[in-house]
Write a protein that binds this ligand. Sequence first.
Ligand SMILES: [Zn+2]
Length: 211
Amino acid sequence: MEEYVHWKKLTNPDYIGAYSFLPGEKKVLTIDYVKQEMVCGADGKKEQCIVAHLVGEKPLVLCRTNCKAIAEIAGTPNILKWKNVKITAEVKKVKAFGEIVEAVRISSKPPVSSDETKISCEDCGEFITPQAGMTAKELAEYFKSKCGKYLCYTCAVKYSKKMSDKKENEAKSNEAESNNTKSNDAGSDAPSEATESNESEIAHEDNENKD
Ligand SMILES: [Zn+2]
């Protein structure tokens, strides 16, 4: 009986309901968290319900059937472990109180490629896709460690190009500096500029020695 109570809530615009779906539409949803809370139904009655809060969607009141389906996908009945679990929801006709009604039903099978955690590129915002024999997650982690942020393959290539250009420039300026120092050390034909900077360095050292 419990699960039949909930379909009434499906007319509540604060929650996902059968009306949220186009005909034949399947929604892939990501659970943020699940908790028991008071739900005010369209009839104005308040009731304790299990509610799945979803990423970027209105919450979904869970009936027993849907809870069981999620437990199956998550591999645990512990709702605290349902965070980030991806589910496929669709509208099914179910029998309630001798009537056929439309209700949101969650598939007990995980959405296709749910094993692949979707990570967005921090530069272009697109989902990172598998490349070069690495999964999206591996790739994301790899670029995170290399570049300090989650990047897609394209942005990572751009990023590393930018970085190597920068390094090259730095290397060039370092080279120029060390050349200056060398010519200074040699003491012959030292450009006046380099001599000046050398003098100021000595002055600085003297200041430090005074303390
Ligand atoms: Zn990108």
